[in-house]
Design a protein around this ligand. Structure first.
Ligand code: ADE
Length: 230
């Protein structure tokens, strides 16, 4: 069972991503649970504020440390967390290997940043890992938290109806996936490759592997270097 606690000041943004398809089914099957915490519930001053001006001046607000600390501490008082992850464009770039590692955890906290980000002391004293989902800036960490949760939950044993299919995903073996086809065998004169209709399992497997290699070389040559242990 993987429990994910997401701390956000925009809980409404996270209502959709977990209510459909594979992720919903995994939650219904109790393989995972998602708990959304509204940071404003931990605002402690009389204005219920969660952000404030940056010391030193400049445009943009900074997320105050106290509400975040109170929320994380309340969660940590209940259970031990494997990681407290801050979603930020300057974190490590998320990859399939992060997803594989996080799928082995039991309890995760994901903290969504906003505005100019969180007070540095939260990053220093509460956060165990910082993750970016790519080299672009989102308006907040919520969509990144949804991406990471999705990539991790679908890997949990039992989440996919065909157990082998997560292993065949692009990136799982350092290659991108081969092309796939369904009926009709002839779509407007465009034919499905004969080997896939042959019923010869070994030839089909060889063809798929070869296609993966060709595609990886064409589209993502860098993957060969990254997976090269030498
Ligand atoms: N918050 C804003 N941009 C982000 C990104 N690229 N990844 C993770 N969190 C973010």
């Amino acid at each position: 069972m993987l429990r994910i606690d997401i701390i956000t000041c925009l809980p409404g943004l996270l209502e959709g991503p977990f209510s459909h398809s594979i992720i919903k089914r995994a939650i219904d099957k109790k393989l995972s649970s998602i708990h959304i915490h509204n940071l404003r519930d931990y605002a402690f001053n009389k204005h219920k504020s969660i952000d404030d001006y940056a010391y030193g001046g400049g445009a943009g607000m900074v997320m105050m440390p106290e509400p975040i600390a109170l929320c994380i501490e309340a969660l940590q008082a209940e259970r031990t967390y494997d990681e407290v992850i801050y979603l930020s464009p300057d974190g490590e770039t998320f990859s399939q290997s992060h997803a594989n590692a996080l799928a082995l955890c039991h309890n995760l906290i994901l903290l969504c940043g906003h505005y100019k980000g969180v007070d540095e002391r939260i990053r220093e004293h509460f956060i165990t890992r910082e993750i970016s989902i790519g080299d672009y800036v989102l308006s907040g960490g919520e969509l990144a938290a949804a991406v990471i949760s999705d990539a991790v939950i679908r890997l949990l044993p039992g989440a996919l109806s065909d157990e082998s299919s997560a292993l065949n995903d692009s990136f799982q073996n350092g290659l991108v996936a081969p092309p796939v086809y369904t009926r009709p065998a002839d779509f407007r004169g465009h034919k499905v490759p004969d080997v896939l209709l042959s019923g010869h399992a070994a030839n089909i497997e060889d063809w798929r592997h070869e296609q993966s290699l060709i595609r990886t070389r064409q589209r993502r040559p860098g993957l060969f270097d990254e997976s090269d242990p030498s």
